[in-house]
Design a protein around this ligand. Structure first.
Ligand code: GLV
Ligand code: MG
Length: 325
C-alpha cells in the first residue's frame, strides 16, 4: 500500500438512488414508502423552467413534513450556469437543511464549481448553527467534468459520491445516440470471416471507458461510484445487464428513474449469498494458510493469496453493511 491514506466518505447504503421530480409532489409519499436507499428530489432536468420555484417550495415542505423512513435524502440543484442554483441552495438549506443529507451537483465541470457550492452551503450551515454537515454527490456528465474528474473528486471534504450521467455525457461528447444508457448496435466488433465466410457481431459497451475512469477517481478519493440512469424502464433485462456491468467495475449503486428499477438495483448491487459464502471460504482458507506459514494456497483449483483477502473483505463488508441497513 501507499503511505498515503485515503479517507473514506461516510458509509451509506447507496445501491439504489431514486430520481423524483420536485414538481410532482404526488410521487413523494410512494417514494418514501419504497425500498430505495437514496432519494434525490429533482430541481434540474425533470422540472420545467416555469415550475422551478414551485418545485423548491414542494421540496422544502416535503423534507420537513414527510416521514422518509430513514432514507438518505438528497436534492439535485440546478447547474451553476443558471440563476436558479443559488436559490435552490439558499432556500432549501435554510428552510430544510436539517433533514437534507446530500446535495447533488449536476454537470460539475471543475474543482472550482465544487468550491463555490461548498462556500455557499458552509455559510448557511454556520448561520443556522446546524450540527450536521451536508454531503455532496457529483454527476460526471460532461466532457469537462470527465477531464477534471480527479480534481473534482478531491475538491471538498463534503464529497461522498460520483455519478455517471450517461444522457448528458452523450450530449456533451456528441455521441451519436438519443437513448439514455444501454448499448448501441453501431458500437460493435465484426469478426473476421470464418472458413465458411460467416462473421459474428459482438456488441460492445460504449460507456465502458467513462464509467471505469469515474470509478478510479471515486475510489482514489474514498468516494462511492454510482452508475446513472437507464431510460428504457420496460427493459428489465437491459437494466439488470447494465447494473451488473457497473457493479463488476466497482460501482456501488445505480439510479432508478422509475420505481420498478429500485428492486433491480438493490438486487444487483447486493452481493449474492453464494458470493458471500465464497468470500468467507477464502478468508477461512487464508487464515489456515497463515497459520501454516503459507502466503498463497489453492482453493477450488485456483490460486488465492493476500490480495484475495482484500477482495473477499470488500464483499463481506458490503454484506455486513446491507444487513445492518
Ligand atoms: C443524468 O443526469 C444524465 O444526464 O444522465
Ligand atoms: Mg443530466
Amino acid at each position: 500500500m501507499s503511505f498515503y491514506t485515503i479517507e473514506q466518505a461516510p458509509a451509506r447504503l447507496n445501491r439504489s438512488e431514486l430520481a423524483v421530480p420536485g414538481s410532482q409532489p404526488s410521487m413523494f409519499e410512494k417514494a418514501a414508502q419504497s425500498d430505495v436507499d437514496v432519494i434525490f428530489l429533482d430541481l434540474e432536468d425533470a422540472v420545467a423552467p416555469d415550475e422551478k420555484e414551485q418545485a423548491r417550495k414542494n421540496i422544502i415542505k416535503a423534507l420537513n413534513e414527510i416521514d422518509w423512513q430513514g432514507k438518505t435524502m438528497s436534492i439535485r440543484i440546478n447547474g451553476l450556469d443558471t440563476h436558479y442554483m443559488y436559490r435552490d441552495v439558499v432556500d432549501i438549506v435554510e428552510q430544510a437543511g436539517e433533514r437534507l443529507d446530500l446535495i447533488m451537483i449536476p454537470k460539475v465541470g471543475t474543482a472550482a464549481d465544487v468550491y463555490a457550492v461548498d462556500m455557499l452551503v458552509t455559510q448557511i450551515e454556520d448561520s443556522k448553527s446546524y450540527q450536521k454537515r451536508i454531503g455532496f454527490e457529483h454527476i460526471i456528465e460532461t466532457a469537462l467534468g470527465m477531464q477534471n474528474v480527479s480534481e473534482i473528486a478531491a475538491a471538498s471534504k463534503r464529497n461522498e459520491s460520483l455519478h455517471f450521467g450517461v444522457a448528458d455525457y452523450a450530449a456533451s461528447t456528441r455521441a451519436r445516440t438519443t437513448i439514455i444508457g444501454g448499448v448501441n448496435q453501431d458500437y460493435s466488433v465484426l469478426t473476421d470471416p470464418a472458413e465458411d465466410g460467416s462473421r459474428d457481431i459482438h456488441w460492445g459497451d460504449m460507456w465502458h471507458y467513462a464509467l471505469a475512469r469515474m470509478v478510479v477517481a471515486a475510489r482514489a478519493n474514498g468516494l462511492r461510484p454510482i452508475d446513472g440512469p437507464f431510460g428504457d424502464f420496460q427493459d428489465v433485462d437491459g437494466y439488470r445487464a447494465a447494473a451488473k456491468r457497473a457493479a463488476v467495475l466497482g460501482c456501488e449503486g445505480k439510479w432508478a428513474i422509475h420505481p420498478s428499477q429500485i428492486d433491480l438495483a438493490n438486487e444487483v448491487m447486493s452481493p449474492s449469498e453464494a458470493e458471500v459464502t465464497k468470500a468467507q471460504r477464502i478468508l477461512q482458507a487464508m487464515t489456515e494458510a497463515a497459520a501454516a506459514g503459507k502466503g498463497a494456497v489453492s482453493l477450488d483449483g485456483r490460486l488465492i493469496d493476500y490480495a484475495s483477502i482484500r477482495q473477499a473483505e470488500v464483499l463481506v463488508e458490503k454484506a455486513r453493511q446491507i444487513a445492518n441497513g
